[in-house]
Design a protein around this ligand. Structure first.
Ligand code: ATP
Ligand code: RIB
Length: 311
């Protein structure tokens, strides 16, 4: 099968993962461990798309520093094209402090650094060299770049998946007609004012998103519950695969990348969400964000085993 060509437009961060929550009120030193990991929502999604088997180009910005060089090298190692990444002399690479909670979920504090310089002209330039089947983006970058990327893609007829993270209340009107919007629970709340804690609330939130930007599909990422797909006027919960949660960092990014690739490969939206749930479940069952992203063969095997167990 021919490889899908995917462009990821978004953030690149150095993650410092504290093995304890970072937003606590204790004063003093906490004697806990930490690990360094490559991160940023865009970087994670490009890395996931590469590992899952697509031909990927990353469009983003890093600083002229060790952290930035490390991110570029890691992407190259997976085979992701990095010509779309600009190195900014006067800004540092984005930094994220990620604090793990005891249930495997996390919160993070980010400093945008070079991500704030990501410009839509980079998207235009990259598309000249790398025509693609799909664009995946998030909102950890200037909003102008998000809107302009969509405008450019629409003009060229390229479908766009928006993962609207981190949670922010943004105007969705300029994204009218987008292929897929796929927020997690906090992002859904920020965009719609409705927390999707029940099916009824998920449907209400999906209807608001439909009203605001008329996407073809809405896929709400609901953590350990799975994903709520709203397609052709109907909503359905597609349950997560049950695993022991170790670290959910990057689960949403893995989910979004897998969703995109599966659709590019011709799966229908229901199958694509099922595979995305599988890829993300593998990711949460291991430590770290990018290091836990599986390859497509592992996801296929995993889904096959889950189905066999159900029989
Ligand atoms: P991130 O921002 O770290 O990339 P997120 O908060 O956007 O993640 P979640 O909503 O937590 O993403 O999860 C994304 C997907 O990962 C879910 O839709 C589900 O498929 C899978 N997932 C998350 N948590 C679990 C879990 N505990 N068990 C199984 N699957 C999970
Ligand atoms: O989605 C996970 C990512 O969000 C982390 O890698 C961190 O960099 C934050 O931006």
């Amino acid at each position: 099968m021919k490889k899908s060509r995917i462009m990821v437009v978004g953030s690149i961060n150095q993650d410092i993962i504290f093995h304890h929550p970072i937003k606590n009120t204790e004063i003093g030193t906490i004697y806990g461990g930490y690990t360094m990991a490559n991160g940023g929502k865009g970087n994670n999604q490009a890395s996931a798309a590469g590992k899952l088997g697509a031909d990927v180009i990353m469009v983003g910005c890093v600083g002229d520093d060790e952290y930035g060089r490390r991110q570029i090298q890691a992407l190259k190692k997976i085979g992701v094209h990095t010509e779309g990444i600009e190195v900014k002399k006067d800004l540092p690479t984005g930094l994220a402090y990620v604090g793990l909670k005891s249930d495997g979920t996390y919160c993070s504090d980010n400093a945008a650094g070079a991500n704030e310089a990501l410009n839509w002209r980079q998207v235009e330039d990259a598309l000249e060299k790398f025509p693609c089947h799909m664009i995946i983006m998030q909102i950890e970058m200037p909003l102008e770049t998000v809107y302009e990327t969509y405008r450019i893609a629409k003009k060229k007829g390229i479908p766009v998946i928006l993962d609207p993270g981190p949670a922010q209340k943004i105007d969705l009107q300029p994204l009218k007609g987008i292929y897929i919007i796929s927020p997690n629970e906090d992002e859904t709340y920020a965009l719609t004012g409705v927390r999707p804690d029940s099916r009824k609330e998920a449907e209400a939130a999906a209807c608001i998103l439909k009203e605001k930007c008329s996407p073809e599909y809405i896929v709400l990422k609901l953590g350990k519950k799975g994903a709520y797909l709203y397609a052709e006027g109907k909503g359905e919960l597609i349950p997560a695969v049950s695993v022991k949660t170790v670290d959910s960092t990057g689960a949403g990014d893995t989910f979004t990348a897998a969703l995109g690739i599966c659709l590019c490969q011709g799966m229908n939206i229901y199958q694509a969400v099922e595979y995305a749930n599988g890829a993300a479940a593998i990711c949460v069952s291991r430590q770290g964000g990018q290091p836990s992203i599986p390859e497509m063969n592992e996801v296929k095997e995993f889904i096959k085993n889950v189905k066999e167990k159900k029989l």
